[in-house]
Design a protein around this ligand. Structure first.
Ligand SMILES: C[S@@+](CC[C@H](N)C(=O)[O-])C[C@H]1O[C@@H](n2cnc3c(N)ncnc32)[C@H](O)[C@@H]1O
Length: 246
C-alpha cells in the first residue's frame, strides 16, 4: 500500500493534473475558512495524504490558528511529512493520525467537523461506498459544515450521481469544478440539513484492489474522459487514482 501511494504523491509535479486539482481543492478550503464564524474551526480530512491541501492554505490564512484538525492516513511517510509540515508552520492543533480512515470510529474526538475533506477517495472505492459516505457525512459534520470531495469524470461519469447523493444527504452545493485539461473534478457543499448523531460503528468505504478501482477499469477499457474540460484519460489523469489506475 505505502509505496503505491508514495508514487501517486510524486505526481504532484508543478504542471500535473494533480497540482491543478489541488488549486481548486485549496480554493474550496480557503472559502470555507473565510466563511467560518469567529472561534475554533474543526477540520477532518480522511485519507489525507500529507495534508498539503489544508496546510497549503493554512500557511497564509488569517484563521490558521483557529483551526483544530485531524488528518488521517495509512501511509507512514505522508503522516510524517504532514506532521513536519504542521510543525514548520507552528500549527500545534493540527493532528496527523496514522490509521484507517474508512471507519467512522477514526473520527471520534474530532467531530463534529466544520470542514470535511474527502479528497482522493472516490476513484478508489465502489459506487455504493461513495453513496454511503455521502449519506453518513452529516454524522461527521457540525451545522453549516462544508464538505469538499474529488472524483475523476472518466466514463461512466459518476459525478452527477455523487452531487445528487450529497444533495440528498442535506448538502447544498457550493461549487462543482471540472478541472481544466483533466478529468478531475472538485465538489463542495454546505450542510443545510440538521447534523445527525455520530455513529462510530459506521464503515464509510473500502479501498478496492487496484484492478477493481473505477478509474483503473475505465483506463483498462480505453475510455476517454467525460465532461467539457476533459483531455484523453491517462494514467495520471484519473486524479483520485493511484499510479497504475488505482
Ligand atoms: C489518492 S491519495 C489522496 C491523498 C490526499 N487526500 C490528496 O488528495 O492529495 C489516497 C490516500 O489514501 C490513503 N489511504 C488508502 N486507504 C486508506 C485507509 N483505509 N485509511 C486511511 N488512508 C488510506 C493513501 O495512503 C493515500 O494517501
Amino acid at each position: 500500500m505505502s509505496s503505491e501511494w508514495v508514487e501517486w504523491m510524486r505526481q504532484y509535479g508543478e504542471d500535473s493534473h494533480q497540482a491543478r486539482r489541488l488549486r481548486f481543492v485549496q480554493e474550496a478550503i480557503r472559502a470555507a475558512l473565510d466563511r467560518a464564524p469567529p472561534g475554533p474551526i474543526r477540520v477532518l480530512s480522511l485519507c489525507a495524504g500529507d495534508g498539503r491541501d489544508l496546510l497549503g492554505v493554512l500557511a497564509d490564512h488569517p484563521r490558521a490558528r483557529d483551526v483544530r484538525a485531524r488528518l488521517i492516513d495509512l501511509t507512514p511517510e505522508f503522516v510524517a511529512a504532514g506532521r513536519a509540515g504542521a510543525r514548520a508552520l507552528g500549527l500545534h492543533a493540527i493532528e496527523f493520525v496514522l490509521g484507517d480512515a474508512s471507519v467512522a470510529a477514526s473520527a471520534e474526538g474530532a467531530v463534529p467537523a466544520d470542514l470535511l475533506l474527502l479528497c482522493g477517495i472516490f476513484g478508489n472505492v465502489s459506487d455504493r461506498d461513495i453513496r454511503a459516505t455521502a449519506h453518513h457525512a452529516p454524522e461527521l459534520c457540525a451545522a453549516g459544515a462544508t464538505v469538499v470531495w474529488t472524483r475523476g469524470r472518466f466514463p461512466p461519469d459518476l459525478t452527477p450521481s455523487i452531487r445528487e447523493w450529497f444533495r440528498d444527504a442535506g448538502f447544498e452545493e457550493l461549487a462543482f469544478v471540472a478541472v481544466p485539461d483533466s478529468t478531475a473534478s472538485v465538489g463542495s457543499g454546505r450542510l443545510v440539513a440538521p447534523p445527525r448523531p455520530f455513529d462510530r460503528a459506521v464503515r464509510l468505504f473500502t479501498f478496492l484492489p487496484d484492478a477493481e478501482r473505477p478509474a483503473s477499469r475505465a483506463r483498462a477499457a480505453g475510455l476517454g474522459p467525460a465532461g467539457p474540460a476533459g483531455a484523453v484519460a491517462t494514467a495520471t489523469d484519473a486524479s483520485d487514482a493511484g499510479p497504475r489506475g488505482t
